[in-house]
Design a protein around this ligand. Sequence first.
Ligand code: NAD
Length: 482
Amino acid sequence: MISAQDSATAALQFDNLIGGTFVRASSGEEDEVLNPATGDVIARVPRAGLADLDLAVEAGRKAFERWSRTTPRERSILLLRLADALEERIEEFAAIESLDVGKTMAQARGEVEEAVDIFRFFAGVARNLGGVAAGDYRENYTSMLRREPLGVVGLISAWNFPLMIAAFKIAPALGAGNVVVFKPSEITPLSTLKFAQLASEIFPPGVVNVLTGLGSLGAGIAGHRGISMVSFTGGSETGRNVARAAAGNLKRVSMELGGNAPVIVLDDADVDALVARLRFVSFVNSGQACTAACRVIAQEGVFEKVLEALVPTIESIRVGDPASGPEIEMGPLVSAAHQQRVLGYLGRTRGEILTGGGAIGDKGFFVQPTLVAGLDQRDEMVQDEIFGPVVTVQRVSSPEQAITYANDVKYGLSGSIWTRDIGRAMSAVQRLDFGQVWVNDHLSSVPEMPNGGFKDSGYGTDSSAYGLEEYTRMKHVWIAVN
Ligand code: NAD
């Protein structure tokens, strides 16, 4: 009998894509990829190094000469073709993503569908870039603006939404006329390698290059003088290292970094709607989402009611190996190291664990959905990005204090406010220091709108038409008219 694992990984090409050819690492080194639900090895992938990176950059520079002169229409058609090819394989991609990251199939399917939509969206944006019209700003002169691609763009990604992040980086970069060297996370590289197979059938050689490897490869990309821009998704500390390395040739940098999103609940909030939404937005992907709702800050009039509803709701989440059936709602954490990191917070806490708090089973990297109360604002569980199925709840006396607590962390990625009072909501929206704020919702996103962060959550965005603009440079052309 063929297991879910065998059928998802069967016949997969796990080599890297450089200049249109699938290759091993020149050193011959490999890394193992694990199924986080069982701890079993499911694949071996090349550990590319700096020599492989040089080859990919060289292949990219060669391809750029022709690719940068294609019309938006030509690039758009290929992006649409890619979207169609991906759409035909939603189940295959979802299976590999589920196996590699530990996502439920339903979630993985949704993410592949979203990746398809992202390619279609940027296929449209590529043909529709805005800007000022040419103008005569000085007598006898006309000024006009050209938007140009940058060259070889380095894309470095995190492990939590591998295919979606790849789509969010590759689609705008290619749409703008750049070529790419993409490095997925060493922990979850499989869907990207599968994606490379599709890309190699659609784009000219060297336009899409995919290298798997460790952080040192990412550092190589950030520092490479043949690369014009680096777009990074990952942790804030790594982001700082990327920015430092990128300073060498002053390459452009875009940073989608960590977050620990607050959820402000005012006394007049619809608690049933809130709790129903938190069941999903705090625990989706086992809480390993940069925008996951992880810090509930509830006003005292509603605090007890929120707790009473939240504890049984969290306890009703069905946790297990996503391969065991569609009834599973939450899988494992991505790695043993990450599981230990999250359990470390729970072991050290002086707060009150209202439900959960431990590992599950003796195989795979599971952590119980957990709720912790009684924490001080300076507590590490409030201040840090825990990045697991852990929600903290704090009690505040006023909307004012809620906003102060929400902003009093180093991150500024996203947050939400729950109230029926639109004036209060808008007042909070003005003062919340986050790149994305929801009112009576959390986590929803669309490719039409940006999703970037402030403060330690970085700068720049991959999403939206603004995202595509980041992969371009502006040239002012000044013409004397006689
Ligand atoms: P990470 O920072 O450990 O690794 C991210 C990538 O950087 C990996 O590919 C890794 O190999 C590479 N890397 C490691 N060291 C490097 C270096 N010195 N130079 C260049 N690259 C290097 O992050 P992670 O653990 O993979 O992902 C989790 C983090 O990503 C969380 O903080 C999460 O919030 C964040 N994230 C943010 C967004 C967003 O849109 N803002 C989305 C997803 C994840």
